[in-house]
Design a protein around this ligand. Structure first.
Ligand SMILES: Cc1cc2nc3c(=O)[nH]c(=O)nc-3n(C[C@H](O)[C@H](O)[C@H](O)COP(=O)(O)OP(=O)(O)OC[C@H]3O[C@@H](n4cnc5c(N)ncnc54)[C@H](O)[C@@H]3O)c2cc1C
Length: 395
């Protein structure tokens, strides 16, 4: 009988389980996670902090789900190495041996810049359910919250804090918000919408460290400007978990490198999700995790049955009353691209379409769900757009 070992229990791992079980009921599946909770989608953590969900509602698959799917789930079992010769998964307590295939789906960890004062109380990151519970508790007793990082996560977190009575400020060293998903003009429109919600923003602020004795009392910039606050959350990006690959002699760069079958440099060992890099590409988003893990799962069942061809990256900001989608190429960097923009600062609308050889390859829709859907559908179709002005037609 075939045995599959999956390291990690996030969306990549659970997508792989679903994919395997949709095709095969017999293969044995073991899943190892360093977390004490079973699977929850990470976007639910924002709802948990905003008190829109309970812990029970945050978790999507409880233990029963694994039992129903005939999966052995090992909670609180961190893996630190794979013995590729024995096809063994080596955890801190035990070795689990003789897998036919192993999937590395260990995701990312928050990137923490080398700020001074990181050891103070009330300095947090947000990645896990336990992080979210800590932040939810800390917001209750805080006077003012500082979020370092004006990316999607930082903004969604600040909005959640505001919802439960907090008084958050978001700072970023860049001169704009969401630098991956937006250009400067789009960021300015978004900033106005966010400030209308009572969330303070400060861009161009280069944080140097956290101030205070034992407890955080604020942050200080490289220029010496201090911002007072008694809860600090660092949301300055993520880095792939590559330690298992490193310990196992498996190739990695930004992530664990995988070929078109999502197989790593070790035969029979696959990688998927936030920890996986393919064709020099790497994204920390759910569409990447699900697409790479489906391909990995198919090849674990029948090697060669599926090839990964990439995704068109797409992100949405999930803040009530603000509709923002950013998809595909949004920072065109050569004259081959043709760009069209429509701005309506007062009504919080910013629309951008990026075309190459007459075909839509990317865009931004802020303030219009209809245009967002149109961008997505035109990009998927990949056909020539005859009249580019019709893209922004949202009636
Ligand atoms: C608060 C928040 C909100 C987000 N919102 C969105 C969103 O709206 N849209 C979107 O596209 N993306 C969003 N993301 C990003 C998205 O959650 C990730 O892209 C996705 O979780 C990646 O899935 P994954 O399975 O690859 O990794 P993860 O979800 O990180 O899962 C990795 C798993 O591996 C386990 N693990 C790690 N190391 C080990 C080890 N050594 N041994 C055993 N187990 C280990 C972890 O505990 C975890 O179970 C959000 C992220 C956060 C934190």
């Amino acid at each position: 009988m075939t045995r599959i070992g999956i390291i990690g229990n996030g969306v990549a791992a659970t997508t792989a389980i679903r994919e395997i079980r949709s095709k095969n009921q017999d293969v044995e599946i073991d899943v190892f996670t360093d977390e004490r909770h079973s699977f929850y989608p990470r976007p639910n953590l924002i709802d948990l902090i905003a008190n829109r969900r309970t812990i029970k509602e945050t978790i999507r698959y409880d233990i029963d789900w694994y039992e129903k799917n005939d999966v052995d789930l090992f909670l609180s079992t961190p893996v630190f190495q794979i013995d590729t010769a024995r096809m063994a998964v080596i955890s801190t307590s035990e070795d689990y041996e003789r897998y036919d295939s192993i999937l590395i789906a260990v995701g990312c960890r928050p990137f923490i810049p080398p700020f001074e004062g990181l050891d103070k109380n009330n300095v947090h990151v947000i990645r896990t359910l336990d992080d979210a519970l800590d932040i939810r508790e800390a917001v209750k007793g805080s006077g003012r919250e500082i979020v370092i990082g004006g990316g999607i996560l930082g903004i969604e977190l600040a909005a959640a804090m505001k919802e439960v009575g907090g008084d958050p400020i978001v700072v970023d060293y860049e001169n704009r918000l969401l630098p991956i998903q937006l250009d400067l003009q789009g960021s300015n429109v978004l900033a106005k919408q966010i400030e209308k919600k009572g969330i303070q923003l400060l861009t161009g602020y280069e944080c140097r460290g956290i101030t205070g004795e034992e407890d955080a009392t604020g942050i200080i910039s490289k220029q010496g400007d201090e911002i007072k606050g008694d809860l600090v959350v660092i949301a300055t990006g993520v880095r792939s978990n590559t330690l298992i690959a490193k310990n196992s002699g498996i190739d990695f760069h930004h992530g664990v490198t995988a070929d078109d079958h999502m197989q790593t440099s070790a035969k029979g060992v696959f990688a998927a999700g936030d920890c996986a890099q393919w064709n020099e590409k790497w994204y920390g988003i759910i569409p990447w995790a699900t697409a790479t893990s489906r391909v990995a799962a198919q090849n674990m069942l029948e090697f060669g049955s599926s090839k990964f061809e990439g995704i068109t990256p797409s992100s949405q900001l999930q803040v009530a009353g603000i509709d923002l989608t950013s998809i595909g190429v949004v920072h065109p960097d050569s004259p081959e691209y043709e760009t069209h923009v429509s701005v309506d600062m007062e009504n919080g609308k910013y629309l951008k379409a990026v075309l190459k050889d007459g075909v839509l390859v990317g865009g931004i829709a802020l303030g219009s769900r209809k245009v967002a859907l149109k961008l997505r559908s035109l990009i998927m179709k990949g056909e020539k757009v005859e009249d580019h002005s019709s893209i922004f037609d949202d009636v």
